[in-house]
Write a protein that binds this ligand. Structure first.
Ligand code: ARG
Length: 296
């Protein structure tokens, strides 16, 4: 009997020590996680016992914490790309609209913060992202590995279209008809490379803004303009002097994704969850239709 109680005392002592030890261990790792700007260290990897207790949804990256603290998320976009993002006068006020903007609003909503929009040239977006002038970018941006940022899943896929002057619709009917011609593409966009790959001996003219390129077509300063098909369609539908060539260029990796600074995987995971939700409930499709209707 005596021997038994001694044994019991030893066992409970060991148990208490184990419990204390685990408790201390947890305290330490919590402190590390809460410690502000530390990059997520390996110590935050879930220990084996994580699923025994309800894990609070603290997969929040320092960046997400920072955004929540600021109460706003800053979007970088290039609002020259209807129906993705473009300027429209609403109630007498210049407003940036489009399906990308609706997606950005949803991400902000899920984060519980305000959305602030910074409009800039497309070729300045990645710089702004890396300089932390903006928190994320949605601009019909194609996730290319050369773009040294984090990308979400693709939320929208599109073909590539070619816009020409309506006067030339019987002159330029195939890609070969464009051989040696003056071709426009947005500076820093994938269409620069695509045009070079697909059109022989072209004279490439790359400008920062899509409306400037469209004017070049209208004034016959360039012969054709390569851009995402929905954008080409939008311009052709709203300008009698513009015509959409009956050809499609295929960009294999094509599609648009949300971008965040290199390393901000937490924010991308968050965006992916919002995108999943919007995809499942048909919102993205609806946003596209509504945006197309808004283009004039
Ligand atoms: N998808 C192309 C790219 O990523 C062009 C996107 C242009 N977007 C814009 N908002 N102007 O290079």
């Amino acid at each position: 009997m005596k021997k038994f109680s001694k044994m019991a005392a030893i066992i409970s002592f060991i148990l208490i020590m184990v419990l204390l030890f685990t408790a201390c261990g947890k305290k330490v790792s919590t402190d590390v996680e809460e410690n502000g700007d530390q990059p997520p260290a390996d110590t935050s990897q879930p220990p084996v016992d994580t699923d025994t207790e309800p894990t609070p949804v603290d997969d929040e990256s320092p960046k997400i914490k920072e955004i929540k603290q600021a109460g706003k998320i800053v979007l970088g976009t290039s609002a020259d790309y209807p129906p993705y993002e473009f300027h429209k006068e609403i109630d007498g006020k210049d407003t940036i609209v489009g399906f990308d903007i609706e997606i950005a609003k949803e991400i902000a909503k899920d984060l519980g913060v305000e959305l602030e929009i910074k409009d800039m040239d497309f070729d300045g977006l990645l710089l702004a992202l890396n300089a932390e002038k903006v928190d994320f970018v949605i601009a019909g941006m194609t996730p290319k590995p050369e773009r040294d940022v984090e990308f979400s899943k693709i939320y929208y896929k599109a073909l590539q279209g070619i816009l020409i002057h309506a006067d030339n619709k019987d002159v330029y009917k195939t890609i070969d008809d464009l051989t040696g011609k003056r071709i426009g593409a947005q500076k820093g966009a994938i269409q620069e490379d695509l045009a070079k790959e697909e059109i022989k001996d072209l004279k490439l003219k790359a400008l920062a803004k899509i409306p400037d390129l469209v004017l070049e077509v209208k004034h016959k300063k360039i012969d054709a303009l390569v851009m995402e098909m929905p954008v080409a369609e939008a311009y052709a539908a709203n300008n009698d002097d513009l015509f959409l060539m009956p050809v499609e260029l295929i960009d294999e990796e094509g599609g648009s994704a949300v971008a965040a600074k290199r390393g901000e995987k937490g924010l991308i995971d968050f965006a992916n969850k919002t995108l999943d939700r919007l995809e499942k409930d048909g919102s993205i499709e609806r946003f596209v239709i509504e945006a197309v209707e808004m283009v004039e």
